[in-house]
Design a protein around this ligand. Structure first.
Ligand code: AQP
Length: 334
């Protein structure tokens, strides 16, 4: 039996932050040698919120370069761009037609983002989870490593699979049921300015997030200004101290220490001692990623060849699934 397949992606909607890295990409890197992996830059998702057309191509390249910089290895993994494989849009349309509207209006991410956009909210934002289902299902993925915020979308994907197979499978499973892969630690990295809100690219405050390409000066400034509390002694898992839990978790994940080690080390610390420690740890953890990123970006021809090859490999699998779905729906093909 071959290896199980993994699919996941990140939107090229700005700078990748520690939430994207610790919640998703780092986990891809850690398990990639056990799976057949497809990592996509999901640029069709990026236009579901207002976007700058002059930035889209550049942000797409930067995101792909970040995958390589974070340690995605082409020996195990394929990197490609969603809009380069037209089967994503086509399957999304076909799945739209079997997805009940109220499944989509119930999605938390839609409700939250729609609220921010008011009357201008586009149909694309509502439809985002169907496109995400198409992304995953085209590759017949077994596992989808994501952060906690994507759990509901994964459940919807599974509901779509059940509905499609039941209505059109004639006893066979045309689409594979994927499992989410959500790690406990880092699954929900919180904002530096509010420990009850997730760290997010769309937060208007740059101080709310550490981007993986931030300079040492920027990291120092953000940690110096981040929200803390007046309590002495730092502990995990105190619901009254969300910022404390978040910052300790960041330290744990970036230092590679265990939860017990960090709990013991920081039990008697005050913020004045902890903040410089976290700063130094974050700078050191991100340095090799930033160096590799520069190397990749300096060699544009290389990145283009990676994405061309990725498109070819991804298209082969995606087109095969699309063909099976269309046949199940009753389309004929000469
Ligand atoms: N704060 C987070 N903690 C853990 N994981 C996170 N992810 C995002 N934020 C966190 C995970 O990163 C992957 C890619 O995310 P994305 O860029 O496709 O989507 P996103 O959720 O829109 O990212 P943002 O930064 O949160 O953007 P906005 O501001 O638009 O909402 C996913 O696996 C996601 O779970």
């Amino acid at each position: 039996m071959g290896r199980q397949r993994i699919f996941s992606g990140v939107q090229p909607t700005g700078n990748l932050h520690l939430g994207n890295y610790l919640g998703a990409i780092r986990n891809w890197v850690e398990i990639q040698d056990q799976f057949d992996n497809y990592f996509c830059v999901v640029d069709l998702h990026a236009i579901t919120v207002p976007h700058k057309s002059e930035m889209l191509a550049q942000d797409t390249y930067k995101t792909a370069a970040s995958y390589l910089a974070c340690g995605i290895d082409l020996q195990y993994s394929t990197i490609f761009v969603q809009s380069h494989v037209s089967a994503h849009s086509e399957l999304a349309w076909l799945l739209n037609c079997i997805t009940p509207l109220n499944w989509l209006t119930d999605m938390i991410q839609f409700k939250e983002k729609a609220l921010k956009q008011g009357e201008n909210v586009g149909v694309g934002l509502l439809d985002y989870p169907v496109l995400m289902a198409a992304d995953i299902l085209l590759y017949q993925a077994d596992k989808v490593p994501v952060g906690e915020d994507q759990k509901q979308h994964l459940e919807l994907t599974r509901d779509i699979v059940d509905r499609f197979n039941h209505q059109f499978g004639k006893g066979s499973k045309v689409l594979k049921l994927p499992d989410p892969l959500i790690r406990k630690e880092g699954a929900r990295v919180m904002s530096l300015t509010d420990g009850t809100k997730k760290m997010s690219k769309s937060d208007p405050s740059e101080l709310s997030r550490i981007n993986i390409l931030d300079s040492p000066e920027e990291i120092t400034k953000k940690i110096k200004r981040c929200k803390t509390d007046p309590v002495k002694g730092l502990v995990f898992d105190d619901p009254e101290r969300p910022e404390c839990n978040n910052l300790l978790t960041l330290y744990m994940l970036l230092s590679g220490k265990t939860k017990e080690e960090v709990a013991t080390e920081c039990a008697d610390m005050g913020w004045g001692q902890f903040k410089p420690l976290l700063t130094e740890t974050a700078i050191n953890a991100l340095k090799p990623i930033q160096d590799k990123y520069q190397d990749v970006m300096n060699e544009k021809g290389y990145l283009e060849s990676v994405l061309r090859e990725g498109r070819q490999k991804a298209s082969e699998i995606a087109n095969q699934t699309l063909k099976q779905v269309k046949a199940a729906l009753g389309y004929s093909m000469p």
